[in-house]
Design a protein around this ligand. Structure first.
Ligand SMILES: [Zn+2]
Length: 196
């Protein structure tokens, strides 16, 4: 089974138009009273456009799953995967860690691919709750495991820098499917594994 990100229903599907984004960034900053005429800021609109393009564009990758030839049947947990996203309400970054676990059935996924799956869904305007569910649902669809769980802990710059201005606040979300949702022992094993 081979899937690429091109097959997926991505919110950000077109290539960014960096020239148009640079012009818009210059206008946006001017409207806020920020001039880009001084030497230090002359290229800032372009850098701003490139920075946002990088934050909302996931690198393409080939998603390959493998048959579970060893019949591995214990919980696999991949912890502390970096999460870098932007909230869709303020277009400000939120950053943190994702912990992913699954109980394999017939298919397994290369361990390095979990970080790519997280990136694929994180690099677009997001809300943390939906991001958590999309990662879990996608793994559930691709691997048809006995169970899958995703926990994300992240700090949102829109809470740190504006509004309530509460730096250090961590938002924790989780999504669980299959036996990790339904069987109390599996659920407890998953949540204690990601808490350590
Ligand atoms: Zn926000």
């Amino acid at each position: 089974m081979i899937e690429t990100v091109d097959d997926l229903d991505l919110q950000v599907s077109t290539r960014p138009d960096l020239a148009a984004a640079t012009r818009a960034a210059r206008d946006f900053l001017a409207a806020l009273g920020v001039s880009c005429d001084n030497p230090g800021m002359r290229k800032s609109p372009q850098r701003m456009a490139e920075a946002y393009a990088a934050m909302i564009t996931a690198r393409p990758f080939e998603m390959t799953t493998f048959p579970n030839d060893e019949r591995y049947d214990e919980l696999v947990v991949v912890k502390s995967i970096p999460v870098q996203s932007v909230c869709e309400h303020h277009l400000l970054p939120f950053v943190g860690l994702a912990h992913v676990g699954y109980l394999p059935a017939d298919r397994i996924l290369g361990l390095s691919k979990f970080a790519r799956v997280v990136e694929m869904f994180a690099h677009r305007p997001q809300v943390q709750e939906r991001l958590t569910q999309q990662i879990a649902r996608w793994l559930d669809d691709q691997l048809a495991p006995k169970g899958v769980g995703v926990v994300i802990e992240a700090e949102h710059m829109c809470m740190t820098l504006r509004g309530v201005r509460a730096p250090g606040t961590v938002t924790r979300t989780s999504a669980v499917f299959g036996v990790i949702r339904d069987i109390p022992e599996s659920r407890a094993e998953f949540f204690s594994a990601v808490a350590k």
